[in-house]
Design a protein around this ligand. Structure first.
Ligand code: SF4
Ligand code: SF4
Length: 536
């Protein structure tokens, strides 16, 4: 193509602003996101691509996440790492001084797409092109990550306001994995070198891929060219407008406040808070719900997790719609269904039924009290294949126990059996189960669990009680339910393989840390369920 034709085509392309705001604090960066989104929604600024960096380093939780669940606050405080909350959904991220943030703030009509996945793909394409141009073979991985050989190099998320949207991502340049692992609620007491290595296997960064560090200008140029090419735009670098500067000053105190960072919308009376969690295609959803048990009313509800909500405040509106309403199943389902019918709120890959089911499951935990199980204990009991209220009054055949709860040096760690030597929590569970005619089995790996459940089904066994960590339950509830054997799962204590990023070793039966059964709760559950002769 002739040079003049290319030049004239470039002239015809829509011009967007390229805004590089350099190093800012976490609160300034988050407040500026709000400023840009609001100003773009009011048509006061042009479509903008922003590059941002953080000084000091920062941990940013997703809009719908609970800071205390995601961040090791003592550690970040000691290290001078700031904590803040993003406007966008998704999981918590660590932004060190070497990471480069990129974001697109534009009118919705400027980027067309058939669905949300295609939209995410389009907006990530600029970064994929930039990385390819730098010599890194990156690709988009649905729903919202950019990867290099299966390792994440940029995570992304978005939100919207009126006619505008904000889509943003982090690009890892020279990443401090150890600090990330310690800042983001990964237990440090057991962090050995090899555990750090496994966290390093999940992410990658530009210096690691290239073997050298490109300059900030080189990175910016590559990203600029990538966005221009994939969005069909021309980018012209410019600064903030006086209006944006003013608005930033006005908004900053809100983003520096505890109310924003901790988004304090906890249910009021912690002692009566029932919980539920479930993995949906759109992410993990956690429900915390404060009940007025006397009049069976939801006093307040908190819906958190790493899902996305468009617009963000949609989840707050749903929480408000459920407040002071009845705990009855019909009422909860009706309110949730009606809410999504009447409001233009979208939670990609999370259905109204997913939410209603989890809220109902949480309310049903309150009924455990009549069985002598406190609400705090009830929150550690999860159902498989049956409604949580229908777990009792049935005959149970097996008690499935995880090998990770056995003493690491025990000869039975990787074998069936236990001599009840008192060296770990397993012995008591074996004793109590056998006394009740329930057969204990040590589960050695994920395959062993599936084989055991299938064998139970074939032999006519009715139900099982199992112990495993919450993370395993959240991830594998569906597979366990598909075997057709209903059961009760009881959570375990101590650092889990998920905490340490060692789930692959754990599935293979080679996890080398030790967990602990909640023996008191296991005893209570065993005593409640009816005894039954062992099925041969
Ligand atoms: S109680 Fe059983 S599993 Fe635990 S250390 Fe002793 S023999 Fe091993
Ligand atoms: S997933 Fe890991 S921590 Fe959880 S029960 Fe299995 S081995 Fe133990």
């Amino acid at each position: 193509m002739a040079r003049s034709t290319v030049a004239s085509q470039r002239q015809l392309m829509e011009q967007w602003r390229l805004l590089d705001t350099g190093y800012l604090s976490a609160a300034e960066n988050m407040a500026l996101d709000d400023v840009l989104l609001e100003a773009r929604a009011k048509n006061l600024i042009p479509n903008t691509i922003r590059f941002l960096r953080f000084d000091p380093a920062a941990v940013l939780v997703g809009y719908h996440q609970d800071v205390k669940q995601e961040v090791r606050l003592e550690y970040v405080e000691k290290r001078g790492i700031q904590v803040n909350r993003r406007l966008t959904g998704g999981g918590a991220i660590f932004f060190d001084k070497d990471s480069l943030g990129w974001e697109i703030v534009a009118s919705k009509k400027s980027i067309s797409s058939k669905n949300r996945e295609e939209l995410f793909r389009t907006m990530c394409s600029g970064v994929v092109h930039a990385l390819n141009a730098l010599g890194i073979r990156a690709e988009f991985r649905p729903k919202n990550d950019i990867e290099v050989n299966g390792k994440k190099i940029s995570g992304t998320g978005g939100t919207e306001k009126g006619t505008a949207f904000l889509f943003q991502g982090t690009l890892l340049i020279d990443f401090d994995v150890e600090t990330m692992v310690r800042a983001l609620r990964i237990p440090i007491e057991k962090l050995k070198d090899r555990e750090l290595e496994s966290a390093k296997d999940r992410v990658t960064w530009i210096k690691r891929e290239l073997g050298f560090l490109p300059t900030h200008e080189e990175l910016k140029d590559a990203l600029k060219a990538g966005f221009e090419r994939t969005l069909g735009i021309r980018l012209k670098e410019d600064g903030m407008t006086p209006m944006e500067e003013r608005l930033l000053k006005v908004k900053l105190p809100e983003f520096q406040s505890e109310e924003w960072i901790y988004l304090d919308r906890r249910p009021i009376n912690e002692s009566a808070v029932v919980r539920a969690l479930g993995k949906t295609p759109g992410g993990l959803v956690r429900i915390s719900l404060a009940l007025d048990r006397g009049v069976r009313l939801i006093k307040s509800i908190l819906i958190t997790g790493d899902f996305f909500v468009f617009p963000s405040r949609g989840i707050l509106d749903l929480e408000a719609a459920l407040k002071f309403t009845s705990c009855d199943e019909e009422s909860i389902r009706g309110i949730v269904t009606e809410f999504f019918k009447l409001n233009p709120v979208e939670i990609p890959w999370v259905s109204p039924d997913d939410l209603a089911d989890l809220i109902i499951e949480a309310t049903e935990r309150a009924e455990f009290e009549s069985r002598g199980i406190s609400i705090a204990e009830a929150n550690n009991i999860y159902p498989i294949g049956k409604r949580i209220k229908d777990l009792w009054d049935y005959q149970y055949d097996y008690l499935l126990l995880p090998y990770c709860a056995k003493l690491i040096s025990c000869d039975y760690r990787r074998e069936e059996g236990c001599t009840r030597c008192g060296g770990c929590s397993i012995g008591q569970a074996y004793d109590e189960a056998e006394a009740m005619g329930i057969r204990p089995i040590t589960i050695q790996s994920f395959e062993h669990l599936m084989d055991t459940l299938h064998a139970m089904k074939e032999s006519g066994a009715k139900r099982f009680i199992g112990c495993c960590c919450e993370a395993f339950y959240a991830k594998h509830r569906d597979e366990m339910e598909e075997t057709g054997v209903p059961g009760i799962i009881i959570d375990i204590d101590n650092t889990t393989c998920y905490d340490l990023g060692k789930e692959n070793e754990a599935y293979a039966g080679t996890f080398e840390s030790q967990t602990c059964l909640k023996t008191e709760l296991v005893s209570k559950v065993l005593n409640i369920v009816k005894k039954r002769e062992i099925v041969a």
